[in-house]
Design a protein around this ligand. Structure first.
Ligand code: ADP
Length: 495
């Protein structure tokens, strides 16, 4: 990652602030539209419906005796101006309740009342009108409804609701009037308030972004710093963070785990190189020593010394071969070539290799077979597995010098186990013996021993075959190494 690239990316802080600021803007806009832009609309709508409700209530009480008092008392209670006219005489009102200031109905001429009456009649009995009255000094008002006597004071907007009603068979006209308070003054105050609220919210957004980003970004920056150290080869960093969100803590835990795993692999790698170099050096030193001795000391050119050199060379090539096999298996370049073969016969063949050991050193290697057991696997590699397991059993068996190889067939599978009665493996080390170069007690009992790679080759081969394998071992009792392969149909005669 170049420095330039890193700088061009937006950090959590600004991204968070951007999101919060956008949210604030949207929120303020929505509020602004509803609170300021649509305020007068909602307010006027509300006023008209209030008047309508009042008029409807009065109409239901129209036949009451105290109707006229009721009109007056309602006008007072609801701050509304009300006038009542008889249809036959629109010149003279019957009731003139003058409760609210700035009512305009009191200035209406007979012809205007008659016009309202007509409009209400046409409209099915009711008529709503929003009247804008302007002082001529301030400009034009409601053109088609000029009041002859212009409202004496300043400009005003009035809501007029007219309703026809019947009292004792006669038609009447009820006109209600509520002056509408101009909302512009209110909206101005609100607008200013909104500006302050917006500024305060932006500041809060910035503060939240700063705090939240500190909680997120700080531990992330710490983790990045430690990850850099890890990349430089320090596998000990402690990624754990004290503060931060759950996700950051989880990331830290995963990185801690990764660091310890990489650290362990790194240690194993170093150990491996040390072990390999040691194991290569030992036979080489011996070969060099013997050869120099044979060159320099007359009479040392004996067949025994030559044999010693040959033995060391054999060990050396065994080690190199094992290393090759293992690296091929681990790199996945070792292709298994499955073929059908009889496992029993293969084990028997392997047994012959131990004839000398049996004859000269008193070992007893028994094989309890299960008759024919055909499997489909790479014969050469499986042979290597059997050989490694028996070799180990021979190497680690106890005083009895007895090794038992058992073959059992069950549920379409064949199980081969190699048992010895040696010292066994401590339970805490049982998982590690499959690792390269792992040795339980680092000191070999027999001088002609394995390379320390045997079981990792066994593991590699068996895993490449998808075979199950394992070991049961008890300290002082012995160990049983086993593996299982699926049985196959035996090959037909022609094959
Ligand atoms: P080595 O060449 O040391 O035998 P292996 O990979 O074959 O290497 O085995 C790894 C280790 O597992 C051995 O060093 C030994 O400690 C342990 N081990 C393997 N087989 C046996 C066994 N049959 N009994 C006891 N320990 C065993």
């Amino acid at each position: 990652m170049t420095k330039k690239k890193r700088r061009s990316r937006i950090g959590i802080r600004w991204q968070l602030f951007g999101t919060l600021a956008l949210l604030t803007v949207v929120f303020i806009m929505v509020l602004w539209v509803f609170q300021i832009r649509l305020l007068s609309y909602f307010y006027e709508k509300e006023k008209f419906s209030e008047m309508e409700a009042l008029a409807a209530e009065l109409v239901t009480n129209a036949d009451d005796e105290d109707f006229l008092e009721k009109v007056e008392s309602h006008a007072r209670e609801q701050d509304t101006c009300i006038r009542l006219y008889a249809a036959y005489d629109l010149e003279k009102d019957i009731v003139k309740a003058h409760s609210a200031a700035d009512c305009v109905i009191h200035y209406m001429t007979e012809s205007q009342i008659a016009e309202i009456y007509e409009l209400a009649e046409k409209n099915g009995g009711t008529y709503d009108r929003r009247l804008e009255i302007r002082n001529p000094m301030h400009g034009e008002g409601d053109e088609d409804f000029r009041l002859p006597m212009i409202h004496p004071r300043s400009d005003s907007i009035n809501a007029i609701h007219a309703r026809m009603l019947e009292i004792g068979g006669e038609d009447y006209l009820l006109i209600l009037d509520v002056p509408l308070t101009p909302v512009s003054a209110v909206t101005k105050t609100l607008e200013l308030q909104f500006l302050w609220i917006a500024a305060a919210m932006m500041l809060t957004a910035l503060l939240i972004a700063l705090i939240a980003s500190h909680i997120i970004a700080k531990p992330l920056a710490d983790i990045t710093e430690k990850a850099r150290k890890m990349a430089a080869g320090n596998y000990e960093p402690d990624f754990s963070v004290k503060t931060g969100y759950r996700e950051v803590k989880e990331l830290a835990e995963v990185l801690n785990h990764a660091a310890s795993e990489i650290g362990a692999t790194d240690r194993l790698q170093k150990e491996l190189i040390a072990n390999i170099s040691h194991d290569l050096r030992t036979p080489l030193t011996m070969i060099k020593g013997y050869s120099e001795m044979m060159r320099d000391i007359p009479g040392e050119n004996s067949p025994e010394n030559v044999q010693a050199i040959i033995d060391e060379t054999t060990r050396l090539s065994e080690l190199v071969n094992d290393l090759m096999d293992l690296s091929k298996l681990q790199a996945g370049t070792q292709k298994i070539a499955p073929a059908v073969f009889d496992l029993t016969a293969t084990v028997r063949d392997t047994m012959h290799r131990y004839d000398t050991l049996i004859r000269h050193e008193g070992y007893r290697i028994e094989f309890q077979s299960a008759g024919e057991a055909f499997v489909c696997a790479d014969r050469v590699l499986i042979l290597q597995v059997i050989y490694n397991l028996i070799n180990n059993a021979v190497n680690y068996t106890g005083e009895s010098k007895r090794v038992v190889v058992t073959e059992t067939v069950e549920n379409g599978r064949v199980r081969l186990s190699v048992a010895d009665d040696g010292e066994g493996i401590p339970p805490e080390q049982i998982h590690e013996i499959w690792d390269r170069y792992y040795r339980v007690d680092k000191v070999h009992k027999r001088s002609v021993m394995g390379t320390g790679l045997g079981l990792s080759i066994v593991k590699g081969v068996l895993e490449a075959h998808n075979a199950t394998y394992g070991v049961e071992s008890a300290v002082g009792v012995g160990s049983v190494f086993w593996f299982e392969l699926e049985l196959c149909e035996p090959p037909t005669e022609q094959e």
